[in-house]
Design a protein around this ligand. Structure first.
Ligand SMILES: [Zn+2]
Length: 445
């Protein structure tokens, strides 16, 4: 690959802490950041592949640690019906979705994520063996697996939790086969996480099997945790403990766990997950849509590592940062010096990379890391006068302010347009798949 010189008006460099550089050049070669130089120190010549982002804020690509892209199929409707589509009657469910429909819908969800600056997503739903490569074709990194469960998901939205060993074996086999598939993937953009769906949809035996798979492979485990009162009640009735206690008892509660939501944790649970230093996939907008706020301040005080995610039905990490900041401030009842724009940018980037065990490669703009880079065009009214561009981005930015995205130094979004795929086709295919699924769902009612 050729060498590129990327001129940045402002760039967020390094991590712990991030430092805002003004008028600098990122030198990228073979997909890796080789140097960060002052613009005035670079001798420019006509043979260089020179990228002029002098009007932009340049940040690391977002690492969105918890998504179900296929679930764009229910957005605009399911948010007003129940706390999560799998538990909500009257909407299409994972077991209703064909492989082709999952591909079409996930590419629509992935398009939104990438167009709005997520260069890495951690995705779990159905047909992952086909969906993950289909999303990676857009140019992004996709880690994940099919959802592992032994509950019969065709009954959960009816309020019934029936467990079936055969379903557990089948979904574990899918996860194991996907590990082999990803190891052989030539694109280099796929990765593995192990995704048991939730403590209430996975039996204790199945979770112990997941723990053995993690011990054998070392991959992060991702799940939902105390997402609802129903989850807590089901686990209490079944196992006589809280979901956090169950994850602990099955050997999953560790710093290799990424748990989403955590809205219904007891004080003892908070202390327990804090001691284990788990990573929490904080989903502030999704939580708020259901009328809840996760106790992020208490989690952080207990030792939990916070990363950021959009979960399902939207993919805008800039919006997620703003929700995280504002929900944190609502909990504190004030503005404090620690819970600020820089903090949520860290949650949206390097903290997510750390959770996915990818922070040696991505999550910050540093010499030696992959060039996963996002440019935000500051020449828009909602970001001007951009006196403090990071503050302007978090408080007033929109996903569509992202103008360019590079993964491994290669353009995957240019001037707001996908480079590697036909966006109009993705929109059309997603719409057709969603229409078919909703037609079938309404017929079942
Ligand atoms: Zn989720």
């Amino acid at each position: 690959m050729t060498k590129r010189w990327i001129q940045c008006g402002h760039a967020v460099i390094g991590h712990s802490p991030f430092v805002l550089h003004t008028d600098c050049v990122l030198v990228v070669e073979n997909g890796v950041i080789q140097e960060v130089l002052k613009t005035s120190a670079v001798q420019r010549n006509p043979d260089q592949d020179w990228v002029d982002w002098s009007h932009c804020l340049v940040i690391p690509g977002f690492v969105n640690v918890h998504t179900h892209t296929t679930l764009v199929m229910v957005r605009g409707e399911a948010e007003d019906m129940g706390f999560a589509p799998a538990y909500t009657a009257g909407v299409p469910h994972g077991h209703d979705v064909s492989e082709d429909e999952a591909i079409a819908l996930s590419r629509l969800g992935a398009y939104e994520c990438l167009r709005f600056g997520s260069t890495t997503i951690n995705d779990s739903y159905v047909h992952a063996h086909a969906v993950m490569p289909a999303m990676a074709e857009l140019g992004m990194r996709v880690v994940g697996s099919s959802r592992i469960h032994d509950v019969d998901f065709s009954q959960v939205h009816l309020g019934q939790w029936h467990y079936d060993r055969a379903i557990g074996h089948q979904t574990m086999d899918q996860a194991v086969r996907l590990i082999e598939q990803v190891r052989q993937d030539p694109s280099g953009r796929l990765g593995v996480t192990i995704n048991p769906h939730a403590p209430d949809t996975c039996s204790k035996d199945l979770l112990q099997g997941v723990a053995r798979l993690q011990a054998e492979t070392g991959y992060p485990v991702c799940t939902h945790l105390s997402q609802s009162e129903a989850e807590n009640k089901t686990v209490l009735a079944r196992d006589g403990m809280t979901p956090a206690e169950l994850l602990d008892a099955t050997g999953l509660l560790s710093d290799r766990l990424i748990a989403a939501h955590g809205m219904y944790l007891t004080d003892a649970d908070l202390a327990r997950i804090g001691r284990a230093r788990i990573h929490l996939a904080h989903v502030p907008k999704g939580n708020a849509t259901g009328g809840r706020i996760a106790p992020t301040r208490a989690m952080e005080a207990a030792g939990v590592q916070l990363a950021l995610a959009t979960d399902n039905m939207h993919g805008d990490m800039i919006e997620a940062m703003r929700w995280a900041l504002n929900m944190g401030r609502i909990q504190a009842g004030c503005i404090d010096s620690l819970w600020n724009a820089w903090r949520v940018l860290e949650m949206a980037t390097i903290a997510g990379a750390r959770a996915l065990q990818m922070d040696h490669r991505v999550g910050s703009l540093e010499v030696g890391k992959q060039a996963d880079i996002v440019a935000i065009d500051l020449r828009v009214p909602n970001l001007q006068p951009a006196i403090q561009p990071v503050g302007a981005l978090v408080h007033c930015g929109l996903g569509r302010d992202v103008s360019h995205v590079l993964v491994d130094g290669i353009d995957v979004v240019r001037d707001g347009e996908l480079v590697c795929a036909d966006a109009s086709r993705i929109l059309q295919d997603g719409r057709v798949a969603a229409d078919a699924l909703w037609a079938r769902a309404r017929n079942q009612m």
